[in-house]
Design a protein around this ligand. Structure first.
Ligand code: NAD
Length: 402
C-alpha cells in the first residue's frame, strides 16, 4: 500500500532542463511509493507570460493556504530570453516574487558525500548559509542621472513630513540607488536564524558592514543583538552553542580557517553570492538543499541552482546530459518531510529519509553524474547521465521497499 498524504503539497514547476527532470523524479522515485497529492502551478516561462505572471502570485497564495511548497528552477528573463521566448516583457524573478510575498529566510545546506572533498581543506562539516530573503537591492529604485545633479534621498511619512539627505552633488553622469528593509523583517530574519541554530545545535555567525553603513547595517546588528539578548541567550547557553557577530570581511577570512558546522546568517546580497561560493566549494550547486522559512509558518523547498540552460539545449539536440538531480530530489524530500511533520504522518518522513540515504549511498558507492565524477576521489565506478542516475536510485528504492 502506498504512503498516504493528508494535505496537498503546492507544486511549482519550472523551466528547461530542470523541467525535463521534474516528472522523471516524480514518476520513478515518488509515485510508485506515495499517493502523491499536489496542487500544481506551472511557473514555466510561457505560462507566466500568458497569465501576465499571475500564476506566480497564485502559487505563492497557495503556499500561504497549505503551508508547504516545492519549487522547480525557473527562468528569470533578461532581454535574450524575451527574444528567445517572444515574451511580452521581462517578468520579475519568480523567486523574488514568492520571497517578497512569504518574507522569510532561505537556508542553504551543502549535501556532503565522503568521496567529494571540499575545496577548502579545513571544511569537514556543512556550512549552512541563512540568507535574508527580503528587501535590500532586490526591491530597489534606481536612476541613471545622465546629467548628474543633486542626488538625494527622501522619506515622506504618513503626515507628509519629509526627511531629506543629500547623497552627493555631481556635474557628470551618475547612478543612484535606493534600497530599504523593515525592522519587522530583520527581526524575522534574526529569529529564523536563531531558531535554526537551536534546532540543528550549531553556532550562529552574523556579519554586516556596520563600520561603513552606520544606519542601515548597524540596524541589522542592533536588532540581532537585542533579540538574542532578550529571547535566545539562555537557550543558546543551554544548548552549548554560540552567537557570534563580526564584520563581513572578517567573517569571510575566518570562514576559510574553520572546520565548518555553523549557520552563517547573511544579508540578502551576501547570501546570494556566498551560498553559491559555499556550494561550489563543497562540490557542486547540485549538492545543496535550500528552503525558504517564512515567519508566518510557510515553507518553500527548492533546488539552489538554475535551469541548467546549456544541458537543456544539448537535450533538445537529443544528446545525453549529466544534469545532477540531487538538489531537486532534496527539494521534494524536504517538502514532503515537512508535510509529514505537520500532518503527523511519520511514514512519509521515513520515506524521505530513505530516499536521501539511498541518494548519498549511491554516490558514495561510485555511481554518479558527470559533474561529481570530475571531482570525486577515488574515481567514479560508473558515470551516469541524468536519467540513468534517477533509474539507479529507483532500482535501489524498489529493493529497499520489497
Ligand atoms: P545554473 O544554475 O542553471 O547553471 C550554472 C552552472 O552550474 C552551469 O555551468 C551549469 O551547467 C551548472 N549546474 C547547475 N546545476 C547543475 C546540475 N544540477 N547538474 C550539473 N550542473 C549544474 O545557472 P545559470 O546558467 O546562471 O542560469 C540558467 C537559468 O536559470 C537562467 O535563466 C536563470 O534565470 C535561471 N536561474 C534560476 C534559479 C532558480 O529558479 N532558483 C536560480 C538561478 C538561475
Amino acid at each position: 500500500m502506498k504512503i498516504q498524504m493528508k494535505t496537498p503539497l503546492v507544486e511549482l514547476d519550472g523551466d528547461e532542463m530542470t523541467r525535463v527532470l521534474w516528472p522523471l523524479i516524480k514518476d520513478k522515485l515518488l509515485l510508485p511509493f506515495i499517493d502523491l497529492q499536489t496542487e500544481y502551478y506551472d511557473l514555466g516561462i510561457e505560462e507566466r507570460d500568458r497569465t501576465n505572471d499571475q500564476i506566480t502570485i497564485d502559487a505563492a497564495e497557495a503556499i500561504k493556504k497549505y503551508g508547504v511548497g516545492v519549487k522547480n528552477a525557473t527562468i528569470t528573463p533578461n532581454q535574450d530570453r524575451v527574444e528567445e521566448y517572444g515574451l511580452k516583457e521581462q517578468w520579475k524573478s519568480p523567486n523574488a516574487t514568492v520571497r517578497a510575498m512569504l518574507d522569510g529566510t532561505v537556508f542553504r545546506k551543502p549535501i556532503m558525500v565522503k568521496n567529494i572533498k571540499p575545496s577548502v581543506r579545513s571544511w569537514q562539516k556543512p556550512i549552512v548559509v541563512g540568507r535574508h530573503a527580503y528587501g535590500d537591492f532586490y526591491k530597489n529604485a534606481e536612476i541613471f542621472a545622465e546629467a548628474g545633479g543633486k542626488l538625494e534621498i527622501v522619506v515622506t511619512d504618513k503626515n507628509g513630513k519629509e526627511t531629506r539627505q543629500t547623497i552627493m552633488e555631481v556635474d557628470e553622469p551618475a547612478i543612484v540607488q535606493g534600497i530599504h528593509n523593515t525592522v519587522a523583517s530583520i527581526g524575522h530574519f534574526a529569529r529564523a536564524c536563531f531558531e535554526y541554530s537551536l534546532d540543528q545545535k550549531i553556532d550562529c555567525w552574523f556579519a554586516t558592514k556596520d563600520t561603513i553603513s552606520k544606519q542601515y547595517d548597524q540596524r541589522f546588528k542592533i536588532i540581532f543583538e537585542e533579540i538574542f539578548a532578550q529571547e535566545y541567550k539562555e537557550k543558546f547557553a543551554a544548548a552549548g552553542i554560540e552567537y557570534f557577530y563580526t564584520l563581513i570581511d572578517d567573517v569571510v577570512a575566518r570562514m576559510m580557517k574553520t572546520e565548518g558546522g555553523m549557520l552563517w546568517a547573511c544579508k540578502n546580497y551576501d547570501g546570494d553570492v556566498m551560498s553559491d561560493m559555499v556550494a561550489s566549494a563543497f562540490g557542486s550547486l547540485a549538492m545543496m538543499s535550500s528552503v525558504l522559512v517564512s515567519p508566518y509558518g510557510y515553507f518553500e523547498y527548492e533546488a539552489a541552482h538554475g535551469t541548467v540552460q546549456r544541458h537543456y539545449y544539448q537535450h533538445l539536440k537529443g544528446e545525453r546530459t549529466s544534469t545532477n538531480p540531487v538538489a531537486l530530489i532534496y527539494a521534494w524530500t524536504g517538502a514532503l518531510r515537512k508535510r509529514g511533520e505537520l500532518d503527523g504522518t511519520p511514514d512519509l518522513c521515513a520515506f524521505c529519509d530513505s530516499l536521501e540515504a539511498i541518494t548519498i549511498e549511491c554516490i558514495e558507492s561510485g555511481y554518479m553524474t558527470g559533474d561529481l565524477a570530475r571531482i570525486c576521489e577515488p574515481a567514479a565506478i560508473k558515470v551516469l547521465d541524468s536519467i540513468e542516475f534517477i533509474d539507479e536510485l529507483g532500482k535501489r528504492l524498489q529493493q529497499l521497499n520489497k
